[in-house]
Design a protein. Structure first.
Length: 255
């Protein structure tokens, strides 16, 4: 049980009895856990994932976990582009779309499920042979729930986690929680050649965040400041057509 839920329950319950069927943060002994070194860029991680899927032994189906819903959509499109039968599952999908995605995964129509942590708990997905962590989970407890989708009911399972040079603290937290050192599949991070610098996370419209610029006729609009350019004042055009820009009269705003 997460610590937050434990604290809430202790506020409302008197002398509760706690019954656990397994030690917290315990992974099943039937799961083979491995770390896979990769460079930092997302396209390099996607290439590493495709290689892992192609080289996996006895792969019947697999769940690929991402930390962010936006990455779920991007990775899903990438897998489809490279010919992998995949379906996506994340928290922004409605109930009908979720059930359709799960049904296609259960029936084997799409044996690869790209998901956020919404699929890590509470879903009945039996007989999953492989779990791939495209991102190292930011919370160590989520790692145990993710890999717990495989190796169930006495079946053998495999869990591979793609690790970059920025994930060392997250991996250390997982190993501390589980009390087990996870072995590397192939060379570790120290054996990787230098890669490209990590790209900047971009905003929803593809522009670098947090700074965005919009230029209008006679006005330079910048987040945090505005300054008037030395240009003639244009004729009045009334309210601007762009919903994200403020109301101005006497200035022609470009949408």
């Amino acid at each position: 049980m997460p610590p937050e839920i434990t604290r809430i329950s202790e506020q409302f319950l008197h002398n509760p009895v706690r019954i656990e069927v397994a030690r917290p943060a315990t992974a099943a002994a039937t799961i083979t856990q491995r770390l896979v070194a990769s460079h930092n860029q997302d396209y390099e991680k996607r290439d590493t994932l495709r290689r892992l899927i192609k080289d996996a032994k006895d792969l019947q189906n697999a769940i690929v976990f991402c930390n962010r819903k936006r990455d779920v959509a991007t990775l899903h499109k990438s897998l489809l582009k490279h010919g992998f039968p995949a379906v996506a599952l994340h928290g922004d999908m409605d109930q009908y779309a979720r059930m359709a995605a799960l049904d296609s995964f259960r029936t084997g129509e799409n044996p690869i499920l790209v998901a956020s942590d919404v699929a890590a708990r509470g879903l009945d997905i039996p007989a999953v042979s492989h779990v791939f962590n495209f991102d190292v989970p930011t919370h160590a407890e989520d790692y145990v729930h993710r890999i717990g989708r495989t190796g169930r009911a006495g079946r053998l399972g495999s869990a591979f986690t793609i690790v970059t040079r920025h994930d060392d603290k997250l991996v250390a937290a997982i190993e501390k929680l589980t009390g087990k050192t996870i072995e590397w599949e192939g060379p570790g991070l120290d054996a990787l050649p230098p890669g490209e610098p990590r790209e900047e996370r971009r905003g929803r419209r593809g522009t670098p965040s947090p700074r965005r610029r919009r230029v209008a006729v006679g006005v330079e609009h910048t987040v945090g400041r505005r300054r008037r350019l030395a240009r003639p004042r244009p004729a009045a055009f009334g309210r601007c057509g762009h919903p994200s820009l403020p109301r101005r009269t006497g200035v022609a705003w470009l949408a």
